[in-house]
Design a protein around this ligand. Structure first.
Ligand code: SIN
Length: 310
């Protein structure tokens, strides 16, 4: 049971914004225990407003991490391509050398990624992701998020109108060009996740317009010539991650980041590879809806099944 009655639990929460456009730290809540409905509602409201919220000093184990997540939605399998923890299938290990996820027959090592929104190659990308830091470098290994609603609003009006009619192809593919093993490349090839999403989606809870341009997965824009598509994507990716739309989080052991995957992209760091520091995090993602464009059209599947709860 939650230690506080509902109204008191919500009142005990303090939401401290970290930048003008994105990110807030939430204090006054213990995530190891079931939350009062008022606290769940307050955290959800902060998440929708600030796009990513952070908690400090939460010593969650896997069971508590999953239980916390379940109060906000249905967890997906740890990772639809790379699997999850053998005991807690909802848990995905994000390790420095990415060694601990169970996909039979595949070496358990996969590369680090750049700016992306989680699994947008799927028809229904996760609604939210919850990442907790367990082994945290003393410095370095931060994570950055960008607010794709604000990115959209900061485009010119003619560009916004132009993008609203466009759709993009998102694909999960081996970006490592031979640097990983053949088994890895073969596993990614066989996993075949590909979807067509609107370039501007309507957020299903806030109604906001989101510039839905996940750099790691979005490969081309439907109907444009290849060079037009390439040039426009380069412009949008550069725009989407302008520093004023972003927040940078410095992790401590027990830190938790909870982000709205429908309205953000994030950058997993690479700097720790220039150090001997270890970094072991765990992530749970929540099942998302099928995106809808400004014209009301839903995304369409090209390959792979929709993500279902685990
Ligand atoms: C992720 O891409 O979900 C992990 C981000 C991180 O490791 O900081």
């Amino acid at each position: 049971m939650s230690a506080l009655p509902d109204r008191d639990a919500a009142a005990a929460l303090r939401v401290r914004p970290m930048s003008i456009h994105i990110g807030a730290e939430i204090e006054g809540v213990d995530l190891t225990r079931p939350l009062a409905p008022g606290a769940v509602a307050a955290i959800r409201a902060a998440l929708l407003e600030w796009k990513v919220v952070f908690f400090r000093g939460q010593a969650l184990d896997h069971a508590q991490h999953v239980a916390f997540a379940r109060q906000f939605g249905d967890p997906t399998p740890g990772h639809v391509v790379f699997g999850g923890d053998s005991v807690y299938p909802e848990i995905y290990s994000v390790a420095k050398h990415r060694v601990a996820n169970s996909v039979v027959g595949v070496p358990h090592v996969r590369p680090w990624t750049g700016w992306h929104t989680d699994i947008t190659a799927a028809l229904n990308p996760p609604a939210a992701s919850i990442l907790r830091g367990v082994t945290v470098p003393p410095y370095g290994g931060d994570t950055l998020w960008t607010n794709l609603v604000v990115a959209y609003r900061n485009l010119s009006a003619p560009m916004r109108r132009f993008l609203e009619d466009l759709r993009g192809i998102h694909r999960f593919e081996d970006q490592q060009e031979g640097r990983m093993s053949r088994e890895y490349a073969e596993h990614v090839r066989r996993s075949r996740f590909e979807s067509e999403h609107p370039l501007v989606r309507i957020h299903p809870e806030t109604g906001e317009k989101v510039l839905f341009v996940s750099p790691g997965f979005l490969k081309s824009i439907v109907g444009l010539a290849p060079r037009e598509s390439e040039a426009l994507l380069e412009l949008l990716w550069e725009h989407a991650v302008r520093p004023e739309f972003t927040v940078r989080f410095r992790w401590e052991p027990g830190s938790v980041a909870f982000w709205d995957n429908r309205a953000t992209a994030h950058l997993a760091p690479r700097d720790i590879f220039d150090s001997d520091f270890e970094r072991q995090f765990y992530r749970v993602t929540l099942v998302g809806d099928v995106p809808r464009g400004v014209d009301g059209r839903e995304s369409t599947p090209i390959d792979g099944d929709p993500i279902v709860p685990v």
